[in-house]
Design a protein around this ligand. Structure first.
Ligand code: NAD
Length: 243
């Protein structure tokens, strides 16, 4: 049995993680904590093999450092990580031979959407991303949107055709990452959606993913808890644990 401590357990994602871990026969829930609890002492008291963190963008990095410093495998779903922070956490985990995961999206369908987008980008380099989340999301664009833009840029074999970016209203063309425009929609009622739009000669391709409910992320979270304890490195993206 893999012992799991959940941080951010009172939140929308944390509540689902507590249920999923409780119902998984290979996982044992040893603690469910939130912002009033001290993470380091909770780890010392409950001795988990894995800490799952779904808190807030402003706390995720410090929480990940605390988990790694305690010699425990982190499974981080909290969004808002900068590349330099991921690099530093990867190095800290490597010093301790610790497995870990930071995943901008735990939904298996969303990981496939990113994989298919990278494949499409080899042939259709002009792409734009439209992502939608609830009004309570703290950060924009989403981590999934950023990761998708990175994967598209890495996979491209040619530069996209230039487009006119003259804006009559500031922001009309979205934010650009590696020449991929990213548009963020924030609406009540949305859980997580993303459409990746590709255009070529007289054709378009749309790859779309919808998370209908937060349970869509749970098979990925439980899988990650089981896989990180077998690894000696921290990876960024659930795709590294799938194949
Ligand atoms: N990776 C994914 O697949 C995925 C999916 C959905 C949401 N998210 C991200 O997960 C995070 C949580 O989302 P949510 O919808 O559950 O938010 P939420 O606001 O419902 O829950 C966050 C919880 O964290 C707690 N918290 C805040 N600061 C804390 C701290 N320093 N230590 C411990 N607990 C703290 C809050 O009290 C709250 O209970 C966000 O960053 C969100 O963007 C990631």
């Amino acid at each position: 049995m893999i012992k799991v401590l959940v941080n951010g357990a009172s939140g929308r994602m944390g509540t689902e993680v507590v249920n999923a871990v409780t119902n998984d026969p290979e996982l044992e829930l040893v603690g469910a904590i939130d912002f009033k609890d001290n993470l380091a002492s909770s780890i010392a008291n409950t001795k988990p093999g894995v800490v799952v963190d779904f808190t807030v963008a402003s706390a995720g990095y410090d929480n990940a450092k605390t988990i790694i410093a305690a010699g425990v495998c982190p499974v981080i779903g909290t969004s808002g990580f900068q590349q330099a922070q991921v690099d530093e956490l990867t190095a800290l985990a490597a010093e301790k031979n610790l497995g870990g995961l930071i995943a901008p999206n735990f939904s298996l369908g969303a990981v496939l959407m990113m994989k298919f987008s990278a494949e499409a980008a080899k042939y259709l380099p002009n792409a734009e991303i439209i992502e939608a989340h609830s009004t309570q999301k703290e950060d924009s664009p989403s981590g999934t949107g950023i990761r998708t833009a990175e994967l598209i840029a890495e996979a491209r074999t040619q530069l996209p055709d230039p487009t006119s970016d003259k804006e009559l209203l500031a922001g009309a063309r979205g934010a650009k990452l590696n020449e991929v425009p990213l548009h963020s929609v924030r609406l009540p009622g949305v859980v997580a959606q993303q459409t990746v739009f590709f255009g070529g000669l007289s054709e378009t391709l749309k790859i779309e993913h919808n998370s209908q409910h937060r349970t869509s992320f749970m098979p990925g979270v439980c899988l990650a808890c089981k896989k990180v304890v077998q690894r000696q490195d921290l990876v960024y993206g659930l795709e590294y644990l799938l194949d």
